[in-house]
Design a protein around this ligand. Structure first.
Ligand code: NAP
Length: 309
């Protein structure tokens, strides 16, 4: 086994918690609250950032059982925890339980980041901003004035739709298996949002799959594609929010047809970077965080010119 900090690229899912030294009673503790949580890459990303910033902070996993998020928030405050990343199944429960919310968290009704705000918990949601930061940095894609299509209407899709609307996309077309959820998701983009159909993808400059449908028939995934790859090609940025496997069959098919493609690692890295910035007040070392989840020299798979863009 390789020495040093394990990475996502090693596949050692149980060993992604970094080995840290120098921890003490003065160390600031944060963590990711989820269930299950042992395979989360968030502590690896946060701890990589803390190492590079030279701050005395540590991130760990908190396996909080379903229905216990509100109690965990109270306990975390009493224990002096400095912040929490929040993942499945707690994002909505935490949105209800925190004292204050950022506009993004308020609108989505979902929180993925909890921070101390003068003695009370503030709930934020960095998922959508994380994807936009990844698009700008790695893919040079800025949504303002662009036509975008999002497949899905779950938590990830809603965050992306709202962020694209906020960023001034000309149109945010939402396509989802369950029509009613598509209507609610599209509304998050304001006047730019509307429900549409998958065959509209050919006219869009950005296509984001926020469903598991890109797996195709492999890895136990569903059959069928989120969008016919024949509708995708040069001049389009195509993102599958899945990052395991790193290239879904659908993403591979889009790349074969000439689209610029990327997986969900960009969203994962940048949403964590925004959490680090909210907690510490320091600019996050995004290149180092990218390297932590892609391996030494691994760069950012799928982006045209790597993580520094
Ligand atoms: P979610 O809230 O459960 O929503 C799932 C969405 O996928 C719903 O819109 C659902 O449609 C749709 N869907 C599920 N199975 C489908 C199928 N067989 N065919 C077509 N549509 C299907 O999940 P989520 O949290 O939004 O996550 C969605 C995807 O994004 C997952 O693949 C997840 O791994 C990925 N993700 C990535 C990141 C990242 O940082 N990269 C973060 C979060 C999530 P209905 O509404 O009809 O049920």
């Amino acid at each position: 086994m390789a020495t040093g900090r394990p990475t996502a690229a090693t596949g050692d899912g149980d060993q992604v918690a970094a080995v840290r030294t120098g921890l003490s009673a003065a160390t600031h503790v944060v963590g990711v609250m989820g269930f299950p949580v042992a395979h989360s890459l968030s502590p690896l990303l946060h701890n990589t950032a803390f190492d590079h910033l030279g701050v005395d902070w540590v991130s760990v996993g908190f396996p909080v059982r379903p229905g216990r998020a509100a109690a965990a928030l109270v306990g975390a405050r009493d224990l002096g925890v400095h912040g929490l990343s929040v993942t499945m199944p707690h994002k909505e429960d935490v949105a209800r339980a925190v004292v204050t919310r950022t506009p993004a968290a308020e609108r989505l009704g979902a929180v993925n980041c909890v921070a101390d705000a003068q003695g009370v918990w503030l709930g934020d949601n960095t998922d959508g901003a994380g994807l936009l930061a990844a698009l700008a940095r790695g893919g040079h894609f800025v949504p303002a004035g662009r036509r975008c299509l999002v497949i899905g209407a779950g938590g990830a899709a809603r965050a992306v739709v709202a962020a694209l609307g906020d960023a001034g996309a000309a149109e945010v077309v939402v396509v989802n298996r369950t029509a009613g959820r598509a209507v609610a998701a599209a509304a998050l983009a304001g006047p730019a949002g509307r429900v549409g159909t998958a065959d509209e993808a050919s006219g869009c400059e950005l296509v984001v799959n926020a469903t598991p449908a890109g797996m195709g028939d492999v890895e136990g995934g569903p059959s069928g594609w989120p969008v016919d790859p024949g509708l995708l090609g040069p001049g389009q940025v195509v993102v599958d929010l899945v990052y395991h496997p790193p290239v879904t069959p659908w993403l591979a098919a889009a790349a074969e047809r000439g689209a610029t493609t990327a997986n969900g690692l960009g969203m994962l890295v940048h949403q964590a970077a925004l959490q680090v910035e909210r907690w510490t007040g320091h600019e996050a070392p995004v290149d180092a965080m990218w390297a932590a989840v892609t391996g030494p020299g691994g760069g950012a798979p799928g982006w045209p010119d790597g993580p520094t863009g």
